[in-house]
Design a binder for this molecule. Structure first.
Ligand code: NAP
Length: 259
């Protein structure tokens, strides 16, 4: 098979949590361009519907928006059921939904801690659990979670211990799940981005006006990337092009973690 054909996702169905904006929006678009039908699963109904309509308009793929709170078990279960009813099976899950709170550890409330860990880590577990059950009933599939370089390094100058703990948890969760589900034909991997320009990084810009320059001083490549610079790696991990990879993490960070 020609190598680029191995990246195709024709007749596959992919769920992208947080597919309405930022990195998830770019991943949803890229998976659709590679041929997959897309379910956009996020909280804000209007922007989810808008993203799904735009992606359907731009590509040959079928799309659907399902309002979902990834931290809520009933909501995740309903989203997975709706996806199977619509498309028959699920081949790809992208656990992308995530939040960050910039707060010093000594000031952080338990509610703030729980909010971040529940969305980032519990959400990844819940979506993987219910999608994994469906994948076990069919031909397996590919689960990829958007972790972060923050799983491996400390961030500076912003303070964000709950975020880094949640992302470290996703990395450990991924290795263990890859081991447990290989026998079901389910591959489990992560993408660990560095700083990517989205609403998420705009939130950090409010912490320190010089933050971009501080970040860039640690990077090898010249600029802070955009969501479209992460999306091709998602197509790779979702597709047969990566069929010999599981339990792995791909860092896409402009060289930040090297220094
Ligand atoms: P973003 O622009 O702030 O978007 C966050 C996304 O998560 C939105 O689509 C949001 O949906 C969704 N979301 C939040 N809570 C949710 C919930 N409870 N249930 C369902 N969806 C929920 O963020 P981003 O920068 O694109 O980040 C996407 C992922 O990449 C996150 O996991 C983030 O940690 C990771 N990441 C980002 C960077 C970066 O520099 N940007 C770096 C490394 C890793 P609504 O609009 O409906 O709220």
């Amino acid at each position: 098979m020609p190598v680029l054909d191995r990246f195709r996702l024709d007749e596959k169905t992919a769920i992208v949590t947080g597919g309405n904006r930022g990195i998830g929006r770019a991943i949803a678009q890229a998976l659709a361009e590679a041929g997959a039908n897309i379910v956009v699963a996020n909280r804000n109904e209007k922007s989810g519907e808008k993203a799904a309509a735009e992606i359907a308009n731009d590509t040959d793929s079928e799309t659907r928006a399902v309002q979902t709170d990834v931290a809520d078990e009933d909501s995740v279960r309903a989203m997975v059921t709706a996806t199977v009813e619509e498309f028959g099976a699920i081949d790809v899950l992208v656990n992308n939904a995530g939040v960050v709170i910039h707060e010093a550890a000594e000031e952080m409330t338990v509610d703030e801690w729980n909010r971040v860990v529940n969305i980032n880590l519990r959400g990844t577990f819940l979506c993987s659990k219910y999608v994994g059950r469906e994948m076990m009933e069919s031909d397996g599939g590919s689960i990829l979670s958007v972790s972060s370089m923050s799983a491996f390094v400390a961030n500076y100058p912003q303070r964000q211990v709950s975020y880094n703990a949640s992302k470290g948890g996703i990395e450990a969760f991924t290795r263990q799940l890859a081991s447990e589900w290989a026998e079901h034909g389910i591959r489990v991997n992560t993408i660990a981005p560095g700083y990517i320009r989205t609403d998420n990084t705009d939130q950090a810009d409010a912490v320190d006006p010089d933050i971009d320059e501080i970040w860039k001083s640690e990077m090898l490549l010249p600029d802070i990337a955009g969501p479209e610079d992460v999306a091709p790696t998602a197509v790779f991990l979702a597709s047969d092009a990566s069929r010999y990879m599981t339990g792995a993490s791909i860092v896409v960070d402009g060289g930040y973690t090297v220094r």
